[in-house]
Write a protein that binds this ligand. Structure first.
Ligand code: DGY
Length: 396
């Protein structure tokens, strides 16, 4: 064993590899209790596919990997050959995974939804505010020693209050972002989503009624018929779609051209949802346009010219970067592994925080190919049990 790998619970029966050091200790406890020997890569540099394959070796039951690694047929076949049964991404997004290849190899694939909803939505709001009020640009200005005192026209930005926020992809994170925008800035909401989001519509309508009852202008929520319609009507647009064939370069030069000249575009989802080169051109040609990005098309590289733009606020993929969130993601990833190794079913509800409790359900929190692999659904397994059942299957 190379010193770059830290080994925890060396006596464990199931060898598990983890391709980056993860925060917290709870996730290690979860794997120890499942009789795992845990080998954790300690370096800051990213492992290549060849290095991960080498780490899998001849005996490996499970792995936790990062969104920055490509988990395809090569790794899943190697994992299977080493006796592997489960892989968990340390992320909610899984565009770095070839799910079909994993399923073909019989490897269950987990991810870590739910616990990063609030953190990512908050960061998207932070970017929105920073873009609207030119926070990055203003800080650079000040640090460069250019501040010569208050001035009536210094670095003027735009108010968010009362504007229209467009949300593309109204899933968990998009909905959380919309709620903050509505409550914090009384923005109207327009959203584009495959399915209507009645929860969001009801929330905005109730908040609108509350505002009206206090003599304020109510807020409204509408579902756009198309992405184009949303882009034309919004003052700021936040992207919350998964990355797949349909969303690759969803925002391209044509669509940027539909947006208001002083609109704000926020991306905390995945970089390739935006054609980054087209965005650079658009920002250059439209100095009042603002972009707030946390993710990039070829991470960690940026498109030429992007870093020079004054009208872009740029962060290094920090959506889920809070202590609680990253520790919780580690616990979910570990629970995915432990549950599959124990032969437990897959959880089939949205609530993920139950897996952070000291007595969580005896289930894998989130297995993306559970149906394809014939892994039972927790509440189906649980339903038909009779009164005489002694053991509560909710408990491990
Ligand atoms: C995710 O989980 O997909 C996030 O991008 C991680 O920050």
């Amino acid at each position: 064993m190379e010193p770059k790998w830290q080994v925890r619970n060396p006596e464990g029966r199931h060898r598990v590899i983890v391709t980056r050091h993860l925060p917290g200790q709870d996730w290690i406890k979860v794997l120890q209790e499942a009789d795992c020997k845990i080998e954790i890569w300690q370096e800051d540099d990213q492992l290549s596919t060849a290095m991960i394959k080498e780490a899998i070796g001849k005996d490996c039951r499970a792995a936790i990997g990062m969104l920055s690694e490509q988990w395809g047929a090569e790794l899943f076949t190697a994992l299977k050959a080493a006796g592997g049964r489960v892989y968990s991404n340390y992320a909610v997004g899984f565009n770095n995974i070839d799910l079909d290849a994993a399923t073909a190899a019989g490897i269950a694939v987990g991810n870590t939804p739910g616990v990063l909803t609030g953190a990512t939505a908050e960061l998207a709001v932070a970017l929105t505010l920073a873009a609207a009020r030119r926070v990055g640009e203003a800080e650079r200005f000040l640090r460069a020693g250019r501040f010569r005192g208050w001035a009536p026209t210094l670095l003027l930005g735009n108010l968010l209050e009362g504007k229209t926020a467009g949300i593309i992809g109204a899933g968990r994170i998009g909905t959380a972002y919309a709620r903050i925008m509505v409550q914090g800035f009384r923005t109207n909401i327009i959203y584009y989503s495959r399915r209507p989001n009645s929860g969001l519509e009801d929330f905005v309508s109730a908040f609108g009624s509350f505002l009206k009852s206090r003599g304020h202008k109510p807020v409204v929520c509408t579902r756009a018929a198309s992405v184009d319609e949303l882009l034309k009507k919004s003052d700021c647009v936040s992207l919350h779609t998964p990355l797949n064939q349909d969303t690759f370069h969803l925002i391209d030069a044509r669509r940027l051209g539909l947006m208001k000249k002083n609109a704000i575009l926020i991306n905390t989802s995945r970089g390739p949802v935006i054609d980054e080169a087209a965005l650079v051109e658009h920002c250059r040609a439209n100095p009042d346009f603002r972009a707030g990005l946390d993710v990039y098309e070829n991470e960690p590289r940026l498109a030429p010219g992007l870093a020079d733009l004054e009208n872009a606020v740029l962060l290094p993929h920090l959506g889920s970067a809070t202590h609680w969130t990253r520790q919780s993601m580690a616990v979910l990833a570990a629970r995915n592994l432990a549950a599959i190794l124990r032969g437990w079913p897959a959880w089939d509800r949205d609530d993920m925080e139950v897996f952070l409790l000291s007595r969580p359900p005896a289930a894998a929190p989130s297995i993306l190919n559970a149906r394809q692999l014939g892994i039972a659904r927790f509440h189906e397994v649980r339903k038909p049990r009779g009164r005489s059942e002694k053991k509560d299957p909710l408990r491990s």
